[in-house]
Ligand binder design. Structure first.
Ligand SMILES: [Zn+2]
Ligand SMILES: [Zn+2]
Length: 377
């Protein structure tokens, strides 16, 4: 039988997965466990496998058992695997977790474990490919907010993803109405995914001395900057998401990614808070009464920020048209609180979007003052 060395990263990953599938049924794989010193990690499968197994195309337990032992001189396979993987130092934030995971694996089949192993993770570009959302949708702001909150609450990163807080966040993320069911893959926000996300934050944390995973997303950084010095707001948002998410319905699968990303950009608190806020604003009765009230009093529905009047500009098409903005208090997004008419303002669509976008939040009056100072009114 001819065994050829792998030529792609995907072949290595597939082999890592195959190794873990075959190990429980293969005496020979189990017997050789202790002889393997160099191990490779696949974040996609959250599994480890030794170089001697994964370096050959289409390797499996049977081929391994039948091959002559002489072909398994580690140098050959490690030679090609270096194209796809890097050794990680014990300073690396994944080291603890991978070491822990490997020892558990060894212990399952052999009583003794060894400590002089070398651990490898995929090179940067392959990590990025894995994390790019080809398999699961990228993390949304709300999800990052929840992960960041956990990151701050844990004084240090646990050694593996079975930490109860990580498991519980994974469960919550699976229940949140953010990503349509159809876009979720098998391992959607599983504990390992949550763990990896916490590792992404290490890279941004100046108090962390080791090297963080570089492959995080731009949005990680945005959320970090937004809340690193604003922990109170962060926990207020987290509390509302946790308590109120059931009120928000799941997005329809048709909603294109482009539209949803746009939503994110506008609302730094994430989609769930935004939808709660908009639902409040739209709660038809309050907005209708407010508009009637203003119309009766002033004879027009002028934007309180920029004075735009839909009826004046669009004629008959604009009659009765305007939006209502609700002065935002996080507290009011909670259950039962009702809208007071004096907390609603008449705004045009442009100003409304700006009000939702500007941070820190400003009032309609402040936006009006700003527009005047810019001499655009
Ligand atoms: Zn306006
Ligand atoms: Zn609004």
């Amino acid at each position: 039988m001819v065994l050829r060395l792998i030529r792609t990263f995907d072949q290595a990953e597939k082999n890592i997965h195959q190794y873990n599938a075959d190990l429980p049924n293969s005496r020979i794989l189990q017997q050789r466990l202790r002889t393997h010193l160099v191990w490779y990690y696949s974040p996609r499968y959250n599994e480890l496998a030794p170089s001697k197994f994964i370096g050959f195309i289409g390797m499996n337990g049977e081929k391994y058992a039948n091959a002559e032992e002489s072909i398994f001189d580690g140098g050959r396979t490690e030679g090609v695997l270096h194209n796809y993987f890097d050794v990680i130092s014990n300073e690396h934030e994944l080291y603890q977790k991978l070491q822990h995971q490997l020892f558990n694996l060894l212990r399952r089949y052999n009583k003794s474990t060894r400590s002089n192993v070398r651990l490898n993770i995929p090179k940067q570009k392959f990590l990025q490919r894995i994390q790019s959302g080809r398999h699961n949708p990228p993390w949304a702001i709300d999800e990052l907010i929840l992960a960041l909150d956990l990151y701050f609450r844990l004084s240090s990163l646990p050694s593996d993803e079975n930490h109860p807080e990580i498991v519980s966040l994974s469960k919550l993320l699976n229940r949140l109405p953010i990503h349509p069911q159809s876009s979720r893959q098998e391992k959607f926000r599983n504990p390992n995914g949550v763990y990896m996300k916490l590792c992404n934050f290490l890279r941004l944390d100046p108090s962390y001395r080791g090297r963080g995973l570089d492959a995080g997303s731009k949005l990680d950084e945005v959320v970090w900057k937004q809340y690193v010095n604003n922990r109170e707001e962060l926990s207020a948002i987290v509390e509302i998401i946790r308590n109120e998410y059931r009120k928000v319905t799941r997005p329809r699968p048709q909603t294109s990614d482009a539209i949803r990303i746009d939503e994110d950009e506008e609302f730094p608190e994430g989609r769930i808070i935004e939808r709660l806020h908009r639902a409040k604003e739209r709660s038809a009765r309050a907005a209708r009464v407010k508009k009637q009230q203003v119309l009766a009093k002033t004879g027009a529905l002028k934007c309180e920020a920029c004075t735009f009047d839909f009826q004046k500009f669009y004629g008959d098409y604009g009659v009765g048209f305007a939006e209502c903005h609700h002065i935002r208090h996080l507290q009011e997004l909670r259950r039962k609180s009702t809208i007071k008419l004096e907390d609603l303002s008449i705004v045009c669509a442009n100003c409304h979007r700006m009000l939702h976008r500007i941070r820190p939040w400003i009032t309609v009056q402040q936006l009006h003052t700003l527009l005047k100072s810019r001499k655009v009114l």
